[in-house]
Design a binder for this molecule. Structure first.
Ligand SMILES: Cc1cc2nc3c(=O)[nH]c(=O)nc-3n(C[C@H](O)[C@H](O)[C@H](O)COP(=O)(O)OP(=O)(O)OC[C@H]3O[C@@H](n4cnc5c(N)ncnc54)[C@H](O)[C@@H]3O)c2cc1C
Length: 403
């Protein structure tokens, strides 16, 4: 089934000229690792496997970074979608804290890459802020603050007495250095550029249509009939997994983003923090280098056909209203509106690791709002696993943990 996963005027695609076009596959080739999917996840995997001297090939069915990667807000936070206490039903508080620490590690890894390669993707390390404007929710925010504080995270409790923001905050957790933001399109291309110099091979317009497994290898066939033979196949296809497995991953929704025109008089504080409220579903926002605000949220049940423009318009309007209520003193005009599939999991973590029934089939699926950070962890841990070292932390993300 050909499902539409992205719709609208994708901001990051629009502001970026084509960085580089990769060839399509015109011959049969051999490799060690076949990475299917050329979004940010595929690029991250390509980077870590190549860095570890493992021969890898990326096969992308359309264009690099034109799937979900083109609409991600790229708001990176160490924290998860839900608060620690809400996750208690599905995992332990210790595991939540472990995930927070892994989130910090992933943020550091991105920074390390930027320091090495150069900042070509508007990367900015920021604080992160979780807050409520409702008195009734003060207790739960206090609880979240306490958990993080006691676990040693550099957090500050914010309330009406010390609120540095221009909008109403009844309670909030400000995490120092707990976030980051970048341009996902440029970041993906930076990773590929750096990795291709070290031997990664990337093919665009090369859809994988068929996969066969033999005793010693996996053979993927692309749309024009050319074969790629490898030792393992790594699924980095985001929300499209039907070709590889019948397994159902995550709960799908449709998520919405709008991006404003550059705003005059945007206060400095908003340029160094990524922000999320405590609503269900929550709203989140960040700024860009040219002083726009990108706000996301108002998720609804997944529409396999997201051409229901009327419904989309309604959600975009709600987001616009939310933004205008937050910043009544700013002149806010909307430039871009776009939406796409999103998937979450009960414990807020993605899926990283081998298929339980097929040692040659591996997954790196960054489901949940921290998809990009999970992909970084996947790149690190799956390349180590390929070389024979299984990280304890991989257990948190194992594919069959809900079976
Ligand atoms: C509105 C919205 C906001 C989001 N905000 C954030 C955020 O702030 N932070 C965050 O971390 N995450 C966010 N996400 C999630 C985010 O999109 C993902 O974390 C990330 O972009 C996923 O990248 P990906 O490479 O896994 O998927 P994709 O970018 O979708 O890449 C998968 C690729 O696989 C290709 N493909 C599929 N099937 C085949 C095949 N058979 N053969 C070859 N290629 C194939 C597709 O063409 C596609 O390019 C958001 C998602 C949405 C919808």
């Amino acid at each position: 089934m050909n499902i539409q996963y992205v719709q609208g005027e994708c901001f990051f695609r629009r502001i970026n000229k084509l960085k580089k076009q990769y060839e399509y596959l015109t011959e049969d080739i051999n490799t060690e690792v076949i990475i299917v999917g050329g979004g940010v996840t595929g690029a991250i995997l390509g980077y870590y496997f190549t860095k570890n001297n493992i021969d890898a090939v990326i096969l992308e069915k359309s264009r690099i970074a034109h799937g979900s990667t083109s609409i991600t807000t790229s708001l990176l936070q160490y924290e998860l979608d839900s608060k620690a206490m809400e996750l208690k039903a599905y995992t332990s508080i210790d595991n939540v804290i472990k995930s927070y620490k892994l989130g910090i590690k992933a943020l550091d890894e991105i920074e390390e890459f930027i320091n090495e390669y150069g900042n070509t993707c508007e990367f900015k390390k920021t604080d992160s802020f979780l807050y409520t404007d409702k008195k009734i929710e003060i207790k739960e925010i206090e609880q979240e603050y306490k958990i993080r504080y006691e676990a040693g995270f550099p957090v500050e409790f914010i309330d009406e007495t010390n609120n540095p923001f221009s909008f109403d905050v009844k309670a909030g957790v400000l995490s120092k250095g707990g976030g980051a933001q970048f341009d996902p399109y440029k970041f993906t291309h930076a990773l590929l550029d750096s990795s291709c110099k070290k031997g990664l091979r990337v093919y665009e317009n090369s859809e994988v249509t068929c996969i066969n497994y033999t005793e010693n290898e996996v053979i993927s066939e692309t749309v024009y009939g050319h074969k790629v033979r490898g030792k393992i196949l790594l699924v980095a296809t985001g929300y499209n997994t039907e070709l590889f497995t019948k397994r159902a991953f995550g709960i799908k929704t449709t998520a919405f983003n709008i991006a404003t025109k550059p705003i005059e008089n945007l206060r400095e504080i908003y340029k160094s923090v990524v922000i999320r409220d405590n609503e269900v579903p929550y709203n989140y926002f960040r700024t860009t280098n040219d002083n726009r605000i990108i706000i996301g949220g108002k998720d609804i049940n997944f529409m396999p056909d997201i051409f229901n423009e009327k419904l989309c318009e309604k959600q975009y309007d709600k987001l616009e209203q939310r933004l205008k209520n937050l910043f009544p003193d700013l002149n806010i005009e909307i430039d871009y509106r776009y939406c796409g599939a999103f998937a979450s999991t009960q414990d807020n973590l993605g899926f990283l690791g081998k298929d339980p029934n097929n040692k040659k089939l591996w997954y790196c699926l960054g489901y949940g709002a921290n998809g990009i950070l999970f992909a970084i962890l996947g790149g690190i841990m799956l390349s180590q696993l390929y070389l024979g070292t299984a990280s304890e932390d991989l257990k948190l993300f194992q594919v069959n943990r809900f079976d």
